[in-house]
Design a protein around this ligand. Structure first.
Ligand code: ADP
Ligand code: MG
Length: 249
């Protein structure tokens, strides 16, 4: 099993959209996938139609032996979710002194090929738990002028974690999201990001696509909601690239 954290402390850059749709395409390709919703806002949970779960990730962190009991199936074969519940909002205080809580939970995970972790928009204790537990990170960057802003802080935190809590942590790659090929700005940002990160940047770029923003309100990932959309095609390609890179870690 390999655990991938989807991280960026900025909100609204496409973390949850990437977590849900990447997980869905990995499952559609035959992998057994568990999505952990580590964001108290619970957008991944509600985007898959599981809003209102009473027990989920928070409760499993408290008692990893009950992980299976709190795990929910989704409409997508092979894709299970450990939902975010309201109690997760208070977990930051508890997790501040316990950066290995998620790692202990992952140690009890069995029967999955991949665990995808949707992180919250901060560098707080929930995200530090993700960095400490994951094998690798996928960083979505919105194709906008300030895409790289704040990334130095994330990279410093990643290096600190690599130097202590999680020496095996890798950055799997950076993915550009909400790319608008009609604008010079998006293309300039892509050039800048590829110059900065080189081969770390996935070849697949996620376009701005209204279908991707509509899918959560139908409680479906894009492969089920609009499989012929450009957004669907881009996440399908990203899933293939992710699998190629995961094999090497
Ligand atoms: P984050 O989890 O980083 O806060 P989200 O994935 O929730 O970001 O995305 C923020 C908003 O942008 C959401 O309303 C989402 O539906 C929308 N969105 C994300 N990616 C795309 C895209 N490629 N095209 C259009 N809308 C998108
Ligand atoms: Mg999110």
């Amino acid at each position: 099993m390999k655990a991938l954290g989807i991280v960026n402390q900025k909100g609204g850059v496409g973390k949850t959209t990437t977590a849900v749709n990447l997980a869905a395409y990995l499952a559609a390709g035959g992998r057994r996938v568990l999505l952990l919703d580590m964001d108290p806002q619970g957008n991944a949970t509600s985007g898959l139609g599981l809003r209102g779960a009473e027990q989920g990730l928070y409760e499993a962190l408290g008692d990893p032996s009950r992980l299976k009991e709190f795990t929910r199936e989704t409409s997508q074969p092979g894709l299970h979710v450990l939902p975010s519940t309201p109690d997760l909002a208070g977990a930051g205080v508890e997790l501040a002194d316990d950066p290995d809580a998620l790692g202990r939970l992952l140690a009890s995970v069995s029967g999955y090929d991949l665990v995808i972790i949707d992180a919250p928009p901060s560098l707080g204790p929930l995200t530090v738990n993700v960095l400490a537990a994951a094998h690798a990170l996928l960083i979505p960057l919105q194709a906008e002028y300030y895409a790289l802003e704040g990334l130095a802080g994330l990279m410093e935190t990643v290096e600190r974690v690599q130097g202590g809590l999680n020496p095996r942590l890798k950055v799997l790659g950076v993915v550009l999201t909400m790319f608008d090929g009609r604008t010079n700005l998006s293309q300039e940002v892509e050039t800048m990001v590829r110059q900065h990160f080189g081969e770390l940047v996935f070849w697949s770029v996620i376009p701005r696509n209204v279908r991707l923003s509509e899918a959560p309100s139908y409680a479906k990932p894009i492969n089920a909601f609009a499989p012929l959309s450009s957004g669907a095609a881009s996440y399908k390609r990203l899933a293939e690239e992710v699998l190629q890179r995961v094999e090497k870690i």
